[in-house]
Design a protein around this ligand. Sequence first.
Ligand SMILES: Nc1ncnc2c1ncn2[C@@H]1O[C@H](COP(=O)(O)OP(=O)(O)O)[C@@H](O)[C@H]1O
Ligand SMILES: [Mg+2]
Length: 224
Amino acid sequence: MQIILKDVQKYYKVGKDKLHVLKNLNLEIESGEFIMIMGKSGSGKTTMLNLLGFLDKLDKGQYFFEGHDVSHLGENMRSEYRAKHVGFVFQQFNLIDTLNVFQNVEIPLIYAGVKDKNKRKELVEKRLFDVGLSEKALSYPNHLSGGQQQRVAIARALVNNPNLIFADEPTGALDSETGIEIMNLLKELNNKGTTVIMVTHDHDMTQYASRVITLKDGRFIKGD
Ligand SMILES: Nc1ncnc2c1ncn2[C@@H]1O[C@H](COP(=O)(O)OP(=O)(O)O)[C@@H](O)[C@H]1O
Ligand SMILES: [Mg+2]
């Protein structure tokens, strides 16, 4: 897994105006990294993650994913890339309240067209075990703590065995102790080989990163 961004730009249309959010981003990410993207609110962190994770399109520049130019994929191809290669974890967990834990984690497999029910069961159970929630398979999200809900979201992000996880402020809605648990879990996954790209504005989180990148005024201002 390798990612290269070359002179990437992104605009939003706001009424008649164009909001130039990302101005000339250049970045290379190698397999196995744990990247943290920092920057003030409104600096374009989520926008960048959405581009990298095939949720949105760039306006200028190039995006190479594993050597393929994916700068201008259409919606269908982007869905395919999302289903095959990446997992997402969000600040607000984004679980479906009417489905139980097992069913929430199973969703990406259904999207990816895994038809064999037993195969899906095996994969979901493996991931629930990995996040320590085997016992909660039949529970519903609103009966779980915030930390447990985020674990479910991580299991869901992992179930397709992606080589890349995008996490947008995954500890933002959690108390600090639970946040540390979630960070330890992400770090453990990273140690097993999953590349993690995480957005945060919490400096305490940077200790988990192999590299920190800061966005300001649509550009990176430092990397270490
Ligand atoms: N869909 C959108 N339409 C218009 N403006 C947007 C949209 N999404 C984000 N923005 C604007 O783009 C800028 C960057 O937003 P965002 O990427 O969410 O920043 P961050 O995640 O760093 O807080 C902000 O000024 C925000 O208001
Ligand atoms: Mg954001």
